[in-house]
Design a protein around this ligand. Structure first.
Ligand code: NAP
Length: 487
């Protein structure tokens, strides 16, 4: 009896939202030989690692969840981290993905073998995995960065990064420095401020804020979401368009951006009455240029009597605290680095070698780029999820990941249906789509200041320049003519 063809062997790196979406999509369409390599002991990705107090998603859960696994039992509009992690782990289990995952398997290098037409992936424990296709789903925000300031090893107190929160360290009654005031700090500062003795927030750049109270749903609303059939889909639809509107305000900084910026300014003035504090926290850049922060709790926390905001440049750490350019040392027991992630590095330090030993690091030396953020010339049957230029400033990354997973699945169907060994995007197609994408940033707020969306040359490598619906239009149906099939 003929053996059923098990189909291509597909290796997926990462068991966060991207890797799980990919595995579900592939299984739904008949691909069965799937291995997911995950460095952590559990699925979850960013939602496993970021467990700082107050961690939550500021994208409403009806949109920050899979379209095929909608829930009516969220307790908040924007779910806290434990609920998001639980959701992803439940989806992973209920769609039968968990048995496909090899946990504690930190990928170190991926190498394309042109003769065997396959990828070999090595993990930190020395294991080797071989596949016909490779999907890298490690995201843009997974490698915590601590700035290389002098004296970091001299400081004798406690220090940790917000994405590696030390839950065993009790902050009660301690003098704490928080370095950074981005999306993570904004969530944990209001949580820790009431319990610490003294909190000093070192802010380099002010931010624009919009309200987000995120109280638990009152009972009648929760009941309606659970029991009235159209309420939950209507919420998803509403927040989809709300997110598109936010993108419109960033795309049109002189018109809609001004209106939303005024709304933000009014909100901030309501929250901070003290002129000195207001001067310190006020942003000096165009609304939407950096990530807009959603919190009704952060600015009030800064007005507490045990909280200070320091805007002097940090020059280093001493044995006892944080030194600033004015020569002052703020003595603290603990430094919390809320300084973000190595966003421009994408999957690096992983080593990726494609056709003829091509090194992805060299290909991306002048900034990462990929066709629709997914495929790179010279890297056959390699696909990146949440790759270059697919971050969203207004929208849900889960929504983008689902579209990307469907696109990758179509690429693998092309390979299968045409009896090919692999698929590779044509260099001229990738170059043209990248140039067109970069042109779409002209006149938008994203170009109006420096941010983690840009590389050291100022090129935007993180963000998609348009709307969710534009991205869907671009990836909905794969164009076979964009690719060479490798036989
Ligand atoms: P971030 O937004 O990159 O913020 C890092 C902060 O550290 C900024 O305030 C930055 O100042 C400051 N900083 C960096 N290096 C510094 C230095 N050498 N000296 C002084 N300050 C320094 O990082 P994050 O807050 O961890 O957030 C990263 C991203 O994760 C967010 O933008 C967002 O996309 C995502 N996130 C999302 C949520 C959510 O609810 N959806 C929550 C948390 C995080 P500058 O502004 O001057 O660079």
């Amino acid at each position: 009896m003929a053996q059923a063809d098990p189909g291509p062997r597909i290796l997926i790196v990462g068991a966060g939202f991207g890797g799980v979406a990919m595995a579900i999509e592939l299984r739904k369409h008949g691909f069965s030989d799937i291995t997911v390599l995950e460095g952590a002991p559990e699925p979850g990705g960013t939602w496993f690692h970021n467990s700082y107090p107050g961690a939550a998603c500021d994208v409403p859960s009806p949109l920050y969840s899979f379209s095929f696994a909608q829930r009516t039992d969220w307790t908040h509009l924007c779910s806290p981290q434990p609920a998001i992690l639980r959701y992803l782990q439940e989806v992973t289990r209920s769609f039968g993905i968990e048995p496909l995952i090899r946990f504690n398997s930190l990928v170190q290098d991926c190498t394309w073998d042109g003769d065997a037409r396959q990828w070999t992936v090595r993990t930190a424990d020395g294991a080797e995995h071989v596949g016909d296709a490779l999907v890298i789903a490690t995201g843009q925000l997974h490698q915590p960065v601590i700035p290389d300031l002098p004296g970091r090893d001299v400081f004798t107190g406690k220090q940790f990064h917000s994405a590696r929160w030390d839950h065993d360290y009790d902050l009660t009654g301690k003098r704490v420095a928080v370095i950074g005031s981005g999306a993570s700090a904004v969530q944990f500062v209001p949580e820790i401020a009431p319990k610490v003795a003294r909190l000093t927030v070192f802010q380099r750049t002010g931010n624009w804020f919009l309200a987000r109270r995120n109280r638990p749903y009152p009972f009648p609303i929760r009941w309606a979401i659970e029991h009235v059939p159209f309420v939950q889909p209507a919420l998803r639809n509403f927040y989809y368009w709300y997110a598109e509107l936010l993108t419109a305000s960033i795309r049109h900084p002189r018109t809609l951006g001004k209106v939303v910026g005024l709304r933000s300014a009014a909100f901030m003035k309501r929250k901070v009455k003290d002129p000195e504090l207001r001067r310190k926290i006020w942003p000096d850049h165009t609304f939407g240029c950096k990530r807009v922060l959603f919190s009704s709790h952060f600015l009030p926390a800064l007005t507490r009597s045990n909280v200070d905001v320091v805007t002097e440049k940090i020059t280093g750490l001493t044995e006892t605290g944080v030194r600033t350019a004015d020569g002052r040392v703020t003595d603290v027991d603990c430094v919390i680095w809320a300084t973000g992630f190595a966003t421009n590095d994408f999957m690096f330090p992983m080593e990726i070698r494609g056709r003829d030993g091509l090194d992805l690091r060299e290909v991306w030396a002048k900034g990462a780029h990929a066709h629709l953020g997914i495929t790179v010339p010279g890297f056959p049957s390699m696909f990146v999820l949440y790759g270059p230029n697919t971050n969203t400033s207004g929208g849900s990354i889960i929504w983008y990941l689902e579209q990307q997973a469907a696109y990758v699945r179509q690429a693998l169907e092309l390979v299968r249906d045409r009896n090919a060994a692999a698929i590779e995007v044509k260099p001229e197609v990738e170059a043209a789509s990248d140039a067109a994408l970069q042109r779409r940033f002209a006149g938008t707020a994203w170009l109006a200041c420096d941010s983690w969306y840009r590389d050291s040359d100022g090129r935007i490598v993180a963000n998609w320049p348009g709307y969710m619906r534009d991205y869907l239009a671009a990836v909905k149906e794969i164009n076979g003519n964009d690719f060479e099939l490798v036989s």
